[in-house]
Design a protein around this ligand. Sequence first.
Ligand SMILES: [Zn+2]
Length: 224
Amino acid sequence: MPYGTFFATLDFVDRIVPRKGPTDSPFLIEVLSGLKRIAVVQSENPWVTIEATVSGGVWIYFQNCRRWLLNPTHHYLRVETAIGRPTGEHDLKCNLKQGVESKSVVDMENPNFDQWRVRVGGLRLVWEFIEALPKPTDDTHSEVDNSHPRYFPGLVREAALAKFESTGKWCAGVAPQRKRHRLRANEPREFDHILPHSRGGASTHLNIQILCVECNRVKGASAG
Ligand SMILES: [Zn+2]
């Protein structure tokens, strides 16, 4: 599981698990399985990235834009749709509206702000929606919105560096040309977008790795 996903999961779970009482609630089990499904979607679909928020929620990015905020509480998942949300068959809002109509335990918390309260029985609507997000095609490549920041925020770099230092200073290498290898103590290190920014890779925990100068050069040359 990528580093960022791990922290997002911890935050998420921390918000759901009651201080006292059983930790095997149907809601918790459903949310954990949902997080796994998101991680699978993300690994298969470079348009989807997730990012943990300070408050313990998770932003789902699609095509580099913040689209949906999933915010857990002990009893339900609050889902907010962001400005500039996509329309059409893959609109989460449409999906949730159906849930309301069919009374599958989804209710609209605040219609003015597109906030939804999804209880355990309605969570599958959210996971199914995320799994159905369209995968990129050559056509969508030309429509990449690269308005997201090119550079990793300081906190993202700090976390990546801390992990790098504490886990043995491994350069990730460049498959298949260069294997991962350890860096010497004072060897310069560079931050790299795993999925290149030019191809829609976000500047988040999930998409950062540390490379040595040579590997970064090799990766840049092979991408170009
Ligand atoms: Zn290297």
